[in-house]
Design a protein around this ligand. Sequence first.
Ligand code: GLU
Length: 509
Amino acid sequence: MSEKHIRVRFAPSPTGPLHMGGVRTALFNYLFAKKNGGDFILRIEDTDQNRYVTGAEEYIIESLKWCSIEFNEGVGIGGPHAPYRQSERKEIYRQYAERLVISGNAYYAFDTAEELENMRKKLEAEKAHNTSYCAATRMTMRNSFTLPQTETQTLIRSGHPFVIRFTMPADKEVTFHDLIRQSVTVNSSTLDDKVLFKSDGMPTYHLANVVDDYLMKISHVIRGEEWLPSAPLHVLLYKALGWESDMPQFAHLPLLLKPDGKGKLSKRDGDRLGFPVFPIQWKDTATGEIFSGYRESGYFPGAFVNILALLGWNPGTEQEILSMDELVQLFSLDKVQKAGARFDPEKAKWFNQQYMKALSSEEITTLLMPMIEELKINVCHDYVKKVVDAIRDRTVFLKDFIYNARYFYSSPEEYDAQLVAKKWNSVTPGLLKSIAGVMEQLEDFTASNLETKVKEWLESNGIGAGQAMNALRLAMVGSNNGPGIFLIMEIIGKEETLIRIENALNRLM
Ligand code: GLU
């Protein structure tokens, strides 16, 4: 048998922003396709109209783009199996649902919401083994198995609402192979008669997903572990539709766990625990709530991808910093683990720092300039580059060069009260005035010359350096932050240094 051409898909539902776990699923599909010279398809699964969220599809596409996870077929770009948005494929699914009815693998059901609720309550009260619509209850409900054939036909013809349900076998071992979990067996008695086709004329996820994977010639279904319980139904659907020999291989990726390892990392966790769980910022248009994103938090897309790649996969070596090309070369599904992958936000920062270190100061400056301009901070490229050189070793995110280094761009507006209480006393003003006098004379305003001259003066006057340094830092920065104080003064320059001393003297007298 010839090897099947590799075709994988990322099939998100546009029900909200894409969680980082979803981006990892997209990434693993992409890496697998690239590694094997295959195709990577983006399919939008929007059959559940009640859960449709405006803007989610655009968000998904923008997120993938930011991460450089490129698909070569799908929504927005088209391809041989277009359309790739399930709502636009609506007409395709019904014939397959009907085919299943004809073969007895599915049936029409007419139960009202109330009847379904009563059934569930009754089964719960009886402590039934399976409390859903299934082989054990099917014959007590209103469906094409229990109603006379003529009645079923009349109901359908008269436009009475119906759904089509899968005829789940009563007691059958369903076994399939998962590339990560090996052999998986589930007894069908634990499964229910899932709705395949809804009263609104739309298929459910299960039917649409299987039909599209088949029609789009998908070779491997790589998706999150939360879909593992649905896989037996999908396997049975392939068989019932006569597509068993074309059934894709399955790989269910491990869950992403919270930093403490306890439980799944959920959409709500990020902002609660102090790190983003979304690739890019998301604004909930209904509530106005903003959910932070890695992009806006200052992560490099390469670092974010690198972090995701190592959540549940490893290259089999100690190497941690991996470019997209390296990931493509090294990726294989057999190095994906079964166990949940704990997300460590501190390690995530470390990754970003490593990506920062790999950039030259010139490159960092080029990335910073648009941000600086947008904030209308009036400094030039060369000036910013000096700032970058001065603090790059202590910086994790690009924005730190701005927000953690405001003192490079303006005189302090406020002075740390605790520090003032501790370090500013009656002799400080006189001392600063004298130091300002020394500095005024200097032609050469470099850090090293400043240091030499100020320290010489302090020594000849018998004044401890510590006291003077603290006062200078307070005047220049307003707090305890920043690199060497002489370096700060060199960068901001003589004029600004003297202005800041003056400001501090006026404000802290
Ligand atoms: N539409 C499903 C989701 O939102 C896709 C699951 C699958 O890949 O089969 O995750």
